[in-house]
Design a protein around this ligand. Sequence first.
Ligand code: KG4
Ligand code: ZN
Length: 390
Amino acid sequence: MIILAIETSCDDTCIAILKIKNQKSKVKSFEVLSNVVSSQVKVHRKYGGVYPFLAKREHQKNLPLVLQKALKGAKLLLGKIDLIAVTVGPGLEPCLWVGVNFAKNLAKKLKIPIVPVNHIEAHIAANFIGRNSKFNQDPFSISWVAPSRPFEKGRTGEQILNSKNLFPAICLIVSGGHTQLILMKEFRKYKILGETRDDAAGECLDKVARILGLGYPGGPAIAKESAKLKESSFGKFQATADFLPNLQKLPRPMIYQKNYDFSFSGLKTAVLYKARDMRPEETKRREFVQQMCQEVQQAIIDVLIYKTLRAAKEYRVKTIMLGGGVAANEELRKQLKLKIVNCKLKINFLVPPKNLCTDNAAMVAIAAYFRWLKRKDWKKIEANANLGII
Ligand code: KG4
Ligand code: ZN
């Protein structure tokens, strides 16, 4: 079975082709034949964020080209596709509609079914695409090569997780549009424990980067600057001198509140106020920019990790999964893994490869496959900007 998936919920135009092998046998394996992401970063950079109607126009322009590229990469003709998958929400409504209409036309032309996909569920499903990943539907189990299992140091090779040793799981989805802690009680059964009350984590990074003159997207730029600080002697000195008067400390919003909600807009405001209190030439100083990057990134990581681990303990989960663009952040991945090891909980830690954390359509294809196993007749395919995961 071959699935062609389309993702246009934000500013990346994505098409992937996924092959489900051994369709007739109980154990299936997945192969990503192509995964094309056409970034609109250059178009949106001058606005410091995504401009929806510009993004819509770009998707319309890019989709036919991205389709050609995806087919070429997979060495396939359109006639070989068995199923179309498309992200229907949540996301930017004008952008979602471009993908939905493109998918509908394609499905009609090819006379094949179409499966609507929730973008957040796709970010979670990205955890199940690995090298040589295999899936057994009945009983549910999934195996891939060497995902990280922090409590079994140095373990590599194939690992099998089934409904018994994988669930319940906590999924931390952190992206430009969302920050959600989701309890996954079993396969495809979700409960949102908490979410951001204002800006998403990625949105905060993007806004802070804009204040600091670092451009868009902010997450990778901030990660780069804080890594530079860590490497520099200034950073080493600073790490041992927390009491330094010039250290730019930022708050850790809502960290000790008993709920699982987040709030990141105050961080952006704190950076803005610090910059406002300084002379313009001072705010451009490398030390200031790097310190702010390091602090804002660490403040976000501290809150995310603290709340995720608290939820993991409260719900006695067996797995923590990461997803969304901010999950590509090396420090978040590293520090969360370390904390899981240090708290001596026997918890699996899954995180997609970096290129499958940021928006892509391979994650949409795999989420669609899991949906399609349960339901095959999707008639009304509509974009819904505020689509919930349950
Ligand atoms: O999931 P995604 O690609 O799109 C949405 O669904 O929103 O996430 C994009 C977000 C942006 O805010 C971007 O700054 C952030 O993910 N991001 C990162 C990194 N790469 C992308 N944040 C921190 N570190 C990164 N390496
Ligand atoms: Zn996303």
